[in-house]
Design a protein around this ligand. Sequence first.
Ligand code: CU
Length: 152
Amino acid sequence: MLRSLYIAAFCAILSGPVMANPMIMDPYARSSGPTARAGAAFFMIHGGETADRLLDARSEAAKRVELHTHIMTQDGLAKMVRLKDGIEIPAGGMVRLERGGMHVMFMGLTAPFEQGMPITVTLVFEHAGEIEVQIPVDQERRPAVSNASHDH
Ligand SMILES: [Cu+2]
């Protein structure tokens, strides 16, 4: 009895702080070239114990930082739109920001994105609050899905 209580407490210590909040996995950022004025960041968000919502992203790397997604226009063209209501993160679920889909958009880069350079981004969640992440620039990363034509 004591032993199982001890194990339960130990597990709570191990998993508690990590699992309570959303976790950012495999982040990278890119721009369309060395002189590009805009860039984007992509990553996976693993939901924490409770549902949450990514409301905003902030960074010194650009004049404006917004959460975007792509929609198809009636002419079959991909168009970027701002996610005004943020991104819903289901409890224990996984949300993917990826090329041709949702992304963090950097408009008016304060410095060109250079390979390997870390971009500091503060993600603002409704419940978890602010989570700061270092996102490395990776210009060589290929899109995970076959929609490179909708790229920035
Ligand atoms: Cu965008």
